[in-house]
Write a protein that binds this ligand. Structure first.
Ligand SMILES: Nc1ncnc2c1ncn2[C@@H]1O[C@H](COP(=O)(O)OP(=O)(O)OP(=O)(O)O)[C@@H](O)[C@H]1O
Ligand SMILES: [Zn+2]
Length: 629
């Protein structure tokens, strides 16, 4: 034991580690690394500190708001460990400076990221640089730590990843039955229509109103219209008139509860809604405009009634035009934009009330709209501890003891932390094995640009792709291209596949590469003329890759294509992970295996007699820590 402890201490002291992300997990991790004896830590984070980070990212204080997370985290830890080396980079991990050579200098890379895109990028660089990766994520009480070592375990991309759930358009536009449907409508349709890009396609059920306004300009404010008139017209149009129209279609409501049209005169019968719009009370120009504050609503956890939601909606709309007019036309819903959250909460609640759906507080609505599962600081701390445990095993080359560990919300078989043996690499993973992909596409009508955007960048996650057909280079991205080369590639982008300098037809093999990620893969082309518009909206189908699995509540599909939910991480849902269920069941069902796997995991950190697994007793009064034997 003593020698193993010494060996682990040596490995820790000698290690050079890279941490990516200095947010919820990252702050905990940096502190735990420093306190565990790590002396050479590099840390990358692109972001600056926000007030909303302070409740759990404890290396940061109010005075740090606006400063670089990476630099402030470094300085905070150096205060209590002044003799170690911490190098901080306020930068995007996808920047060219963090190339394969950069990654090669580290013994292990530790991720504390919050998005799929960056995680995939780091996975690829770790594979190319042959550096082990310890990956992590948390969502509320759930969390996970996984280990990825080239050739020994699966890579981060061997298994499908969860992406936000999407909803059928008609549920959102016509027949909502849950609050989330109203939120999606308010955020992705109404908010986008009023304040976003006017040219975007938007399925908001827009019917011309009595005024005879044409379909496209119902939402435009006419020159002679004052703000109050405008706000009330929009209100009556979307919550009153459009619902009346929808009710005319008897078929829709045969087996459904009929919605009630809501007009402003009914929602606010007592007052003249014109006065309601006055915003003299929001006089402090320094402060972020807030409809809630202007109206004297203080508690975000309170559920407003229909009248109050109507007041908030009118006020928020007015404040956008009065205080933020320049942004109108370019706004995209952001969960950290207070006024946007107020508008969306109120609009969703008015719609919910019309459809007989229970109303929600701003706090709850913000959670649904931003796909937020509120972060739990202790989960981040547990996960950071587990990352360090796995990092130490990795440094000691102890790969038989590596564990994927899942932090559960409720103890399962008395266990809150569930260790699972890692999987072997997935032989058909296009990232870590050389398995070719297959693309069904109409080569006579599909342009190279579409294949690059929809498949190579969006699905395969390449940053700066290069496309070759046989030995002919047809496209390359990035700086440093000669002018004529760039012009040539730009021309190719607009050509259909069959008309490229090296024609792409049935049976052609494309080679696509990303030099920065050192990733290369082959795509075999299969020509197909017909595609199902509903099921195959891209007009092409890629097979041989792990398509993401829909998970969690959010937007109406296409809208948030970035991938993972925006939380401290995206723990995989272990119940939807093919193969994982089997492994977990094995762990759960076989006592021997259960004990063996836990014990082996315990040995590594057992040196100083600390418990490494927490078990809960059935009787909470007797709850105490127990070591697994
Ligand atoms: N491409 C990237 N390069 C570098 N750092 C990144 C990249 N993508 C995300 N990060 C960082 O990863 C961290 C993730 O932390 P966390 O999930 O706690 O998010 P947050 O932005 O701090 O909090 P929240 O999203 O809940 O407000 C963030 O600090 C973020 O800046
Ligand atoms: Zn893989």
């Amino acid at each position: 034991m003593a020698s193993s402890a010494a060996a682990s201490e040596e490995a820790v002291k000698a290690a050079k580690v890279l941490m990516v992300g200095a947010g919820g997990i990252g702050c905990e991790l940096l502190k735990t690394l420093a306190l565990s004896g790590f002396c050479d830590i590099h840390i990358i984070d692109l972001d600056t500190i926000e007030v909303s980070n302070l409740n759990r990212q404890f290396l940061f204080r109010k005075c740090h708001v606006g400063q670089s997370k990476a630099h402030v985290a470094r300085d905070a830890v150096l205060k209590f460990r002044p003799n170690i080396n911490i190098t901080s980079y306020h930068a995007n991990v996808k920047d060219a400076q963090f190339n394969v050579e950069f990654f090669k200098q580290f013994n292990v890379v530790l991720n504390g990221l919050d998005n799929l895109d960056a995680r995939r990028h780091v996975n690829r660089l770790c594979l190319a640089a042959e550096v082990p990766l310890v990956e992590s994520g948390t969502t509320g009480f759930l969390g996970q730590v996984t280990v990825h070592v080239k050739g020994k375990t699966e890579c981060y991309e061997c298994q499908p990843k969860p992406v936000p759930k999407s909803y059928p358009v008609c549920t959102i536009t016509s027949t909502p039955s849950k609050f989330v449907h109203c939120i999606v409508w308010a955020k992705d349709l109404l908010f986008a229509k009023l304040f976003g890009d006017k040219n975007q396609d938007n399925d908001l059920n827009v019917h011309s109103s009595e005024s005879g306004a044409s379909k496209s300009n119902v939402f435009e404010r006419s020159k002679d219209e004052d703000l109050d008139q405008y706000a009330r017209r929009i209100y009556d149009h979307v919550f009153g008139y459009n619902i009346e129209l929808a009710l005319e279609n008897e078929e829709t409501w045969k087996n459904r509860r009929r919605p009630n049209p809501v007009y402003i005169r009914d929602a606010l019968p007592e007052e003249d809604s014109r006065q309601n719009g006055s915003s003299h009370d929001c006089s402090n120009e320094q402060e972020e405009p807030s409809a809630m504050v202007s109206l004297g609503f203080r508690n975000p956890q309170e559920i407003w009634n229909l009248a109050d939601n109507s007041r908030v909606l009118l006020k928020a709309l007015r404040l956008f035009f009065e205080k933020r007019e320049k942004e109108i036309g370019n706004l995209i819903f952001d969960k950290d934009d207070q006024l946007a959250v107020e508008f969306v909460t109120a609009a969703a609640n008015i719609r919910a009330s019309s459809f007989g759906i229970p109303l929600h507080s701003l706090f709850e609505a913000k959670g649904v709209a931003g796909n937020i599962v509120h972060a739990v600081a202790t989960t981040n701390a547990i996960i950071a501890g587990l990352i360090v445990i796995e990092a130490i095993k990795v440094l000691q080359g102890d790969y038989k003891k590596y564990r994927m560990t899942y932090c559960l919300e409720h103890p399962s078989r008395k266990m809150l932390l569930m260790p699972v043996e890692p999987f072997e690499p997935n032989k058909s993973c296009y990232v870590c094995s050389e398995t070719p992909l297959l693309l069904d596409v109409n080569t006579k009508t599909t342009k190279l640009r579409e294949v690059i955007d929809k498949i190579i960048k969006s699905k395969l996650g390449m940053n700066l792709p290069l496309v070759m057909i046989g030995h002919t280079l047809v496209f390359e991205d990035g700086d440093g291209l000669e002018e004529d080369e760039a012009a040539n590639y730009a021309l190719n982008l607009e050509k259909v596949l069959a008309e490229l300098p090296a024609p792409v037809i049935n049976g052609t093999k494309l080679t696509v590469e990303d030099f920065q990620q050192e990733l290369s893969c082959s795509i075999n082309i299969k020509h197909r003329e017909e595609f199902d518009e509903e099921k195959e909206p891209d007009g092409m189908v890629l097979s041989g890759w792990s398509a993401p699995v829909e998970k969690q509540v959010t937007s109406n599909g296409g809208a948030s294509s970035s991938g993972a939910p925006d939380t401290d991480g995206n723990p995989e849902d272990i119940s939807t992970k093919p193969g994982m269920k089997r492994k977990l069941d094995e762990v759960l069902d076989s006592k021997e295996k259960f004990d063996a796997s836990s014990t082996s995991s315990a040995q590594v950190v057992d040196d100083d007699d600390d418990d490494d697994m927490v078990m809960l007793d059935e009787d909470p009064k007797l709850a105490k820590k127990k070591r697994l034997q």
